[in-house]
Ligand binder design. Sequence first.
Ligand SMILES: Cc1cc2nc3c(=O)[nH]c(=O)nc-3n(C[C@H](O)[C@H](O)[C@H](O)COP(=O)(O)O)c2cc1C
Length: 167
Amino acid sequence: MQKQVEYSDAVKTKYPEQVVIAIAKDRNGKANPITLGWTMIVSGTPPMMAISVAKTHYSIEAITHSRTFTIAFPSSQMADAALFFGSKSGRDIDKFAEFDCKTEPAKSIDSVLLADAVANFECTLESQVPAGDHIIFVGEIVSSHINTEPKKRLYTVGPGHKLGSVS
Ligand SMILES: Cc1cc2nc3c(=O)[nH]c(=O)nc-3n(C[C@H](O)[C@H](O)[C@H](O)COP(=O)(O)O)c2cc1C
């Protein structure tokens, strides 16, 4: 049986929600990471992933400028980085200069990989779709990487950006 409630109450049942960090270089060549929960795989052949970014975020400018971005799956040990990248704007600061997070150059696009992430996917912008107050960016995956060490993924496990692992 179902009970009708407000959307804001029903959507609280979504946890755990996966966390990714998308990275795109801006017009000055500064790599800007953004933490995202709203993301999914959208095609198998060719492989594609989508991310949903608020129209007010600086990442919109960086992604539309570079037309390429990385999607990293942060590990459960990367909660502090995810919270930092998800609370500061690249409009105000250089996030990688202010938070120590090991990166490696991407192989197929002009972006960076997160060295300690579970996996990294290099994407070229395939399309973008406005969706209310967000823009959905669809990226075609042109290169994929996994960590050489076994690591668990990071999730949002409850409201208020409570981050952790899921067993
Ligand atoms: C766990 C977590 C999940 C988030 N998910 C999203 C999301 O799906 N879409 C979005 O636009 N912002 C999301 N945010 C907020 C952005 O990461 C945050 O506003 C960031 O500072 C924007 O950076 P920018 O201005 O450099 O683009 C999330 C933040 C956190 C901590």
